[in-house]
Ligand binder design. Structure first.
Ligand code: APR
Length: 236
């Protein structure tokens, strides 16, 4: 690890679990309580935008109240000590940026931003206000949360750069993701195929655990600071 020149990291909901952000498929995961087909796809949004906005406001309020954990801070520090580094995240919570990470590729968008369903205009202020009107763009069309929903394409440029980082890195981490949602789930295997040393950090085995070089079972907020210290001699 310490001899790695180019490091790429893929994170999922598990890296934010210790901050109090629910995962999707864990014990008390969001998809255990809510139906993604009613809340996380475009048709559902157009059928009932108010319901979807209320759900995203509930998640935004929760995210506003939490702070990054040691796992986020360790990755921000790792970016400083590695010659080349990319952080590819499936998370829409913005906690990596809050922890000081800079080179971030947000594969699934950002919950704090909204976007016009017609003209694509983005905003980080427009949202459904308490008891208020549905948020609208200057062009008059509906604004939607700027996240990637099921069945939607990921932002092309971000996806291209993420796969490039996976193909070109010599050390790849897969952290806190169940590795079941494509295309993100194939990135650790693309990195392995391209010759990188692939390390997984998760509280439990996943579908890729047999295919990676090292599968470390543990909480990322505990494991990552230790790895940072052991491999790069940096304490946080
Ligand atoms: N440290 C490390 N891993 C953890 C921790 C922790 N503290 N807590 C939970 N995990 C692991 C779980 O074991 C699980 O494998 O994190 C993973 C979270 O998996 P999911 O809930 O499936 O989340 P994720 O992989 O990010 O989901 C991918 O699916 O619902 C869509 O768009 C959404 O980005 C999301 C995508």
């Amino acid at each position: 690890m310490r001899s790695a020149e180019r490091v790429a990291v893929l994170t999922g909901a598990g890296v934010s679990a210790e901050s109090g952000v629910p995962t999707f498929r864990g014990e008390d995961g969001l998809w255990k309580k809510f139906r993604p087909e009613e809340l996380a796809n475009f048709d559902a949004f157009m059928r009932n935008p108010k319901l979807v906005w209320e759900w995203y406001n509930y998640r935004k309020k929760l995210i506003h109240e939490v702070k990054p954990n040691l796992g986020h801070y360790a990755l921000a520090k790792m970016e400083d000590v590695c010659p080349e580094f990319w952080l590819i995240t499936q998370n829409v919570d913005g906690l990596h940026r809050k922890a000081g990470s800079r080179k971030i590729l947000e594969l699934h968008g950002n919950i704090m931003r909204s976007r016009c369903v017609e003209c694509g205009e983005e905003s980080d202020t427009v949202e459904l206000r308490e008891g208020g009107e549905l948020p609208r763009c200057r062009c008059g069309a509906l604004m939607r949360p700027d996240v990637v929903w099921f069945g939607e394409m990921l932002p092309e440029d971000v996806l291209r750069r993420a796969f490039e980082a996976a193909r070109e890195c010599d050390l790849f981490f897969s952290i806190g993701t169940s590795a079941v949602v494509q295309p993100a789930a194939s990135m650790p295997l693309v990195a392995k195929e391209a010759g990188a040393f692939v390390v997984e950090v998760n509280t439990e085995p996943t579908v890729i655990s047999e295919s990676v070089d090292e599968s470390i079972l543990g909480m990322s907020g505990e494991v990552l600071p230790k790895l940072l210290k052991e491999a790069w001699g940096v304490e946080i």
